[in-house]
Design a protein around this ligand. Structure first.
Ligand SMILES: [Zn+2]
Length: 204
């Protein structure tokens, strides 16, 4: 069991490009399993087992997920997604979302334990997620939207300098670089990064 997993997950764009997105918070990753409004294929969870798989992949926690555990997780996910959106837009966070997140954050989470496995359930993991959400959302000035005009991806800027501009340097950052070079007529330096996942040429 991992008590404090690092953030980040693979996304597949509509052009088929697979890209790594580090949202900066495991709570934002949780919301990005399908909590934000968007195309149907943004939804990664279709049944309780999908949440069980997420707990296993993120926390190395093997926990049973009942239909009611799953329902509660979806409610919390929706509240976190709404809050991330609101904070990133400098809007007020809807009261219902605030109450639900605070309520979960006050419940028992997964406590660190020495020389034995901590007690873990799906609901305890939800409390852990809610606490991570509170901690991230309280840094409101660091909750941002990718600077690319055609990208709405939100993240918590955890960089030391606090000037992260892109959802991903390999995606929007690189597109921006290419556009800037083209605008200067300097195409000799336009290249695609080979050290990163295969990417397709993106027209600007
Ligand atoms: Zn972006």
């Amino acid at each position: 069991m991992i008590l404090d997993p690092s953030s980040g997950q693979w996304f597949i764009a509509h052009d088929g490009q697979r890209w790594w997105f580090d949202s900066g918070s495991v709570a934002f990753d949780f919301a990005y399993t399908g909590g934000f409004p968007g195309p149907a294929d943004w939804e990664h969870w279709h049944k309780p087992e999908d949440l069980a798989t997420w707990w296993r992949e993120r926390f190395e926690a093997d926990v049973p997920v009942s239909a009611s555990n799953y329902g509660r997780a979806r409610e919390l996910r929706h509240a976190i997604a709404e809050s991330v959106f609101a904070v990133s837009q400098n809007h007020r966070v809807p009261e219902e979302a605030v109450s639900l997140i605070n309520e979960w954050a006050a419940r028992p989470d997964v406590p660190p334990q020495l020389c034995k496995e901590p007690p873990v359930t799906s609901d305890r993991l939800l409390a852990t997620i809610a606490r991570a959400a509170v901690s991230a959302l309280r840094q409101s000035e660091r909750v941002r939207v990718c600077r690319a005009g055609d990208c709405a991806v939100m993240y918590l800027d955890t960089s030391r300098s606090g000037n992260r501009a892109w959802c991903s340097m390999q995606r929007c950052g690189n597109r921006h670089k290419i556009r800037a070079l083209r605008a200067r007529g300097d195409t000799s330096r336009v290249r695609t990064d080979s050290e990163h996942p295969p990417r397709q040429e993106i027209s600007s």
